[in-house]
Ligand binder design. Sequence first.
Ligand code: AMP
Length: 281
Amino acid sequence: MEIISSCSQIQQTCMQARQSGRTLALVPTMGYFHDGHLSLMRWAREYCDMLVVSLFVNPAQFGPGEDYQRYPQDLDNDVHAAMEEGVDILFTPARSSLYPDGFSTWVEVQGLSGKLCGLTRPEHFRGVTTVVCKLFNLTCPHKAVFGQKDWQQLIIIKKMTRDLNMPVEIVGRPTVREDDGLAMSSRNAYLDQELRKVAPRVYQGLLMVRGRFESGQDDRLELELELRSYYQRNLPQAEIDYVQIVDSNNLEPQDRVKPGALAAVALKLGQARLIDNILLD
Ligand code: AMP
């Protein structure tokens, strides 16, 4: 595995590989790998001739007072794990090479970026789409793989590639969970022992609401209320950011919930802001 930090070197290497007929896949990450990240790499490894994983804690997607400064990192472990997964190139750019002095160009998917997580993190998705666009320009992948845990991010990136005619296919892969149902996340490292014990209730609430939908309840406001009060009763330690049931394609609320809708939640549990979602079908 090659570790490349230079933008010009990664661009040259990837363009040459693409021109010589090799298929390229990119898995963008912020590092501190867990099985969720590794599942994306495994899928991509099967598909492509050259697998590039980027590791960059992107300052542009953190708001003031968020966890940019203390985001967990373990480069040695990540290098080892990426090698085990057969990654060809680990791209580890420095902040100053992606955002040099004077940087002033932003890519923003309007509309979708202001919903759900965008309500309390107004500049988050602008930071995500800008860095992902830059990563696509640097690595020219045929496919790029993202996790469905970050459902909103996934559909925003799909929309960006459609709107801007980017020659890359976006692949979404299922959420990988701990044995007790907690969605894997680098931010789970912020949970202390007590909070870690109750954190699976985030997903249990989503399973509960899916069960209610399956047994015939399709009133969105009622389902949202039931989920909210589930968390108030079973996870009183959590501060609820949002509990929403929306159309999974455009994140718009539906009065009558239809199969294929998405129940999505964000809760603050101690220092960790946890997000999770489930499709209702
Ligand atoms: P992150 O390093 O948190 O920015 O995540 C990098 C990629 O891994 C994103 O596409 C995430 O959606 C994906 N990802 C994060 N957690 C999971 C998970 N539990 N299961 C599947 N994919 C995940």
